[in-house]
Design a protein around this ligand. Structure first.
Ligand SMILES: *Cc1c(COP(=O)(O)O)cnc(C)c1O
Length: 370
């Protein structure tokens, strides 16, 4: 196997999931958001742990992402967070997923597909409370239930809305979204007093810091993986990262002054230097924008990336006095001795968020569950 791999601490994922579940009131259900292969952590593994920890349902972005979960024997309801086009309706039925629906949904085609499969499709109505990504206006909710349920094979499971600014220090926008959702919930409950719809709003940031964002269901994503949505969200549950990114030194050179390193010769040695080559590159999702900026850990010491990050390899400069051999362990993300490199540190250097760092770790990097 490649020396370059990701390790996922499943006990840590379980502890995070348990702490999140324990922080919720007993009347709330919870939906583990495991889209994008569980933010790079492995959706089957995280989905299984979530079900074992009592999460009532899972959520992914589109029906293809539900397939490996069903193939692995996971039976709980799976919500699809994005709008599904008719070309994918068969997959919705085959995976028995719950699609997000709005005016753009082709209900007649969905009804025909459900009839063909001889199944009822449960739908989650997307409500646009102010993010303006997908969803119907909150005032349209009651009439929309009637419209959907005029199709014999379609049934409304519940309502969800997504928060645009729950992780911001200023909660004005978040409060406005909650108020619009709350009024929608009131109107639906008044029109359908006998129904038990699911009302879902809170994402990770909502759960941790926005009061009243929890309706009947929580949708944590990034915090399951031990990462806070932003610097404005304190880690009040004591969650910890579970993913580390590893490699090994494969080549060592001792260079004289004036030698250029890598594509474009963007780094030139200004003293005799020891350079270690590591078999990881941007094709593995290690950002090329870390060229001449990032660092890795070897023997517990930070070693600067010198020259450009290549597709499959990168070079680092060994600090004075640190001996290195081919085969020595390298940490790209995680802890080694007393040093650590966090997803937030990489994301900040690159100008993005930890979510993207995780999602970018490519499929060719093996995931090892420890
Ligand atoms: C991704 C997503 C979530 C989870 O968001 P986090 O910030 O990771 O908690 C919840 N709901 C919807 C609709 C999403 O798209």
């Amino acid at each position: 196997m490649r020396p370059t791999h990701v390790e996922i601490d499943t006990a840590q994922i379980r502890e995070n999931l348990r702490k999140i579940k324990d922080s919720l009131p007993e009347w709330s259900t919870s939906t583990a958001v495991i889209k994008a292969n569980a933010y790079g952590h492995g959706s089957v593994m995280v989905g299984r742990i979530a079900v074992e920890e009592g999460y009532e349902s899972l959520a992914v972005a589109f029906p293809e992402e539900a397939m490996p979960l069903r193939a692995a024997g996971i039976m709980v309801p799976i919500y699809l967070l994005g709008i599904t086009l008719p070309q994918s309706f068969d997959l919705v039925l085959e995976t028995r997923s719950i699609p997000a629906v709005a005016h753009s949904t082709e209900f007649q085609a969905l009804e025909e597909c459900a009839t063909r499969h001889d199944q009822i499709v449960e739908c989650a109505i997307a409500i646009d409370t102010g993010m303006h990504r997908i969803g119907i206006a909150p005032e349209e909710a009651v009439a929309f239930v009637k419209e959907i349920e005029s199709y014999p094979h379609l049934k409304v499971n519940g309502f969800f809305s997504h928060m645009a600014n729950a992780d911001a220090a200023d909660q004005t926008h978040a409060k406005g979204q909650i108020e619009r959702f709350r009024q929608m919930v009131e109107s639906v409950k008044a029109a359908y007093p006998e129904r038990h719809f699911r009302f879902s709003m809170a994402n990770s940031a909502g759960l941790l810091v926005v009061r009243d964002s929890l309706f009947t269901d929580a949708r944590p994503g990034i915090i399951q993986y031990g990462i806070m949505p932003s610097l404005d969200v304190p880690n009040r549950l004591g969650l910890k990262p579970a993913l580390s990114f590893h490699s090994k030194v494969v080549h060592v050179q001792h260079l004289a002054v004036g030698e250029a390193i890598g594509y474009g010769s963007t780094y030139v040695t200004d003293r005799p230097m020891t350079i270690a080559t590591i078999p990881v590159g941007y094709a593995d999702g290690y950002p090329r924008s870390l060229s001449n900026r990032g660092s890795v850990l070897i023997h517990g010491k930070r070693c600067s990336i010198v020259g450009r990050v290549c597709m499959d390899q990168l070079m680092v400069a060994m600090p004075e006095g640190v001996d290195v051999q081919p085969g020595d362990a390298v940490i790209l993300l995680g802890k080694q001795e007393n040093e650590s490199i966090t997803a937030l540190e990489l994301a900040t250097l690159v100008g993005t968020i930890p979510y993207e760092i995780f999602c970018d770790i490519s499929e060719r990097v093996p995931r090892i569950y420890v």
